[in-house]
Ligand binder design. Structure first.
Ligand code: WT7
Length: 664
């Protein structure tokens, strides 16, 4: 889709506008553009006053704050610093004694279709018990706990339990490798790991505990004193005496009451590792107060969440979307949400639509990649087309993770939303903690492919390399010009990298997002065009090219040099393309295919299957300038299959361009 000429055309001349229906506008919390403008004006008039009002009205503070924003240590901003609160209390305890106490908090659907409902009271009991188990095993306020769990209620409970005792969680997505687990344990100096024996996806049991064991064995993990193992299946796994215990063992005899530990608003709620433009992932550190405020507010603003809604965010808890819009936002807002263990294509590609019908889902939030793959499935098999299910309860749709191409937007709007549901295209990042630019379902006229305008209290701009604002219609770099409560506080263990990456001097104090963007000439709407650094977005997952290159050259017995670039892909948005020079003569035919497979498996082991290069090309060398710099622009053209029109006279050996255009 994204590559076809018609698609490119429709992005360029996109002029369809979809205003929200009158009904939507009337019923919405932020009603119409006047409602939006009024909030914006309030923030313009009195920035601190606006955020103070939001924080007082939306969170329960055990000690009220007296200061709002402290800019004295910029860019290390502090919000509500002298206030104290507990995130878990703000998600669970606050609802006790209200009608929400016995409301369903989570509708869990397992891979095999079995459904379990949990009320807010149930969750509070489980979280408290688990919090007591953590304490009993010596986990204290300020300690880090690594969580490597399947999609399910137990992962949410583990995260909330950490928050309850003031421990900082660091969740690692269940698709990452043993090495990724080990690196994160070492960097965060985690004292405990919470995992499961297996995870179940698509009818298969996949090991988790065995991967943790491998990671711990790689060294440097002496900090880990306890490993808690949720027994998701009846299959046995290795247990190390003294270190490992099952959930049943750990929870045995623990009280179901645990007073939440108050923490300062700036206390690190979590660290979440994400890829950057160097080989080493960054531990993005988030706060408690500002983060939670935005998690709750954006549930109410972006999704217009109402008490009777059934919300479903399909993201895994291993990504920031799963943190903010599964574990914290929906609970802080007192909503009912669906949590799904499995994959969208099992046992058939109509599973999402079937679940929307079954659980009467009214607000659905997923990624463009999922939509594109389900379009493809529905095109080739009528039986899995959304029209086969009753989706009439849906009222708001959301999109996240990558730019949504207008074709996918239109299909989603028509075939899933029945042309009655606004499509909220949310632009944000791990670093922003929550939504930054998106339409409001009861206010903003939507344009397919545009995330439209920043939320009230958020200030964004498109600038050039010197930080100068670009005129509308001209592309540039996306920046956030004022601090916001849920912003990244620092990179764990690396404040210098934090400053250099996000607040480079040229940007004059603005936060540099790393994305390219352009604003519409007439409406001023933002359209995000993709990363401008060495970061790829593959199926909505962030991957650093350097990270993959480091993994490839780590196979030092055969690899001499590697360069990785992205190329457009119809399904995954971007695909990973690796150019490799071996320590032996350039392989061809079967041998080349064999080595390419070996390298893919190697990358899967080093980072995770999501980092496997789709294309691998071998050459005797890489295209370099005389000074030895790899000409990445040439590689990007080769990856796309374009004929090289650039000047190649500076190349040592232009013949390698032919070699490198061959895919294995
Ligand atoms: C990068 C952040 C957003 C949480 C999940 C991913 C891209 C994200 C959009 C969107 C265009 C988007 C950007 C951003 N991105 N949402 N609606 N339109 N691009 O979080 O892993 O930190 O990735 O995803 O390139 O920088 P992440």
């Amino acid at each position: 889709m994204s590559a076809s000429p018609s698609a490119i055309e429709s992005v360029l001349i996109e002029n369809r506008v979809f205003p929200p229906s009158d009904r939507m506008v009337q019923a919405a919390r932020i009603s119409g553009m006047q409602g939006y403008e009024a909030l914006r004006a309030e923030a313009d008039r009195d920035f601190d006053g606006f955020w103070a009002r939001m924080a007082r009205e939306n969170l329960q503070w055990s000690k009220p704050f007296t200061r709002v924003l402290d800019e004295s240590g910029a860019p290390f901003y502090k919000w509500f610093e002298d206030g104290e609160l507990n995130a878990s209390a703000n998600c669970l305890d606050r609802h006790m004694g209200t009608p929400v106490e016995n409301k369903t908090a989570v509708i869990f659907e397992a891979d095999d279709g079995k459904v379990t409902h949990y009320t807010y009271r149930d969750l509070l009991t489980r979280v408290s018990q688990f919090a007591n188990a953590l304490k009993a095993h010596g986990v204290n306020k300020g300690d880090r706990v690594l969580i490597y769990m399947p999609m399910g209620v137990e992962g949410l409970v583990a995260m909330q339990a950490c928050a309850r005792i003031g421990a900082t969680h660091s969740v690692v997505f269940g698709g990452f490798s043993a090495k990724a687990v080990q690196e994160r344990i070492v960097d965060a100096q985690a004292v405990a790991v919470v995992t499961a024996n297996y995870q179940v996806r698509g009818g298969k049991e996949l090991p988790l505990k065995a991967i943790v064991d491998d990671g711990l064995a790689m060294g440097g993990c002496e900090c880990v004193k306890n490993v808690f193992v949720f027994e998701r299946t009846a299959t046995a796994c290795n247990m190390v005496q003294g270190r490992d215990k099952t959930f049943a063992q750990a929870l045995q005899g623990q009280s179901s009451e645990c007073a939440p530990t108050p923490v300062g608003a700036e206390h690190p709620l979590f660290i979440l590792y994400t890829s950057g433009s160097t080989g080493k992932p960054k531990g993005v550190q988030h706060s408690t107060g500002g983060y939670l405020l935005w998690a709750r507010l954006t549930m109410q603003w972006s999704f217009d969440l109402k008490p009777e809604d059934v919300f479903w965010c399909t993201a895994d808890i291993g990504w920031v979307t799963g943190h903010t819009y599964v574990v914290y936002g929906p609970l802080a807002a007192g909503g009912t949400q669906i949590i799904f263990e499995g994959i969208p294509t099992y046992p058939h590609a109509g599973r999402f639509w079937q679940m929307i019908e079954r659980h009467k889902c009214s607000v659905f939030y997923t990624a463009p990649t999922a939509i594109r793959s389900l379009i493809k499935a529905a095109d080739s098999d009528e039986k899995v087309h959304p029209k086969n299910w009753d989706l009439s309860r849906l009222r708001v749709l959301g999109s996240v993770g990558e730019p949504i191409n207008p074709e996918a937007w239109m299909w989603y709007y028509r075939n899933v939303g029945g042309e009655r549901c606004p499509v909220v295209d949310t632009w944000w990042q791990t670093e922003t903690g929550g939504h930054i630019i998106n339409p409001l379902p009861g206010a903003t006229p939507m344009v397919p492919g545009s995330c439209t305008l920043p939320l009230p209290g958020i200030y964004t701009a498109v600038v050039d390399e010197t930080g100068q604002e670009m005129p509308n219609g001209s592309g540039g770099m996306l920046v956030i010009t004022r601090p916001w409560p849920s912003m990244i506080r620092t990179i764990w263990n690396d404040p210098e990298r934090f400053k250099k990456t996000y607040f480079p001097e040229e940007m004059r104090g603005a936060y540099l997002a790393g994305d390219g963007a352009v604003r519409d000439k007439v409406t001023g709407y933002f359209r995000v065009t993709g990363r401008i650094d060495d970061v790829l977005n593959v199926s909505g997952h962030r991957m650093g090219t350097m990270e993959i290159e480091s993994a490839l050259v780590a196979k030092s017995d055969i690899v001499a040099e590697a360069a990785v670039v992205g190329r457009p892909d119809d399904l995954t948005g971007e695909a990973i393309c690796a150019f490799v020079v071996l320590k032996r003569p350039r392989p061809m035919g079967d041998e080349a295919r064999q080595i390419a497979k070996e390298l893919r498996d190697w990358v899967a082991k080093e980072i995770g299957p999501i980092a496997k290069p789709k294309d691998i090309r071998f050459g005797d060398n890489l295209p370099k300038t005389r000074s030895g710099k790899i000409m990445r622009r040439l590689l990007r053209s080769l990856a796309k299959g374009e004929t090289i029109t650039q000047d190649t006279s500076t190349l040592e050996n232009p013949a390698i361009l032919d070699q490198l255009s061959e895919n294995n």
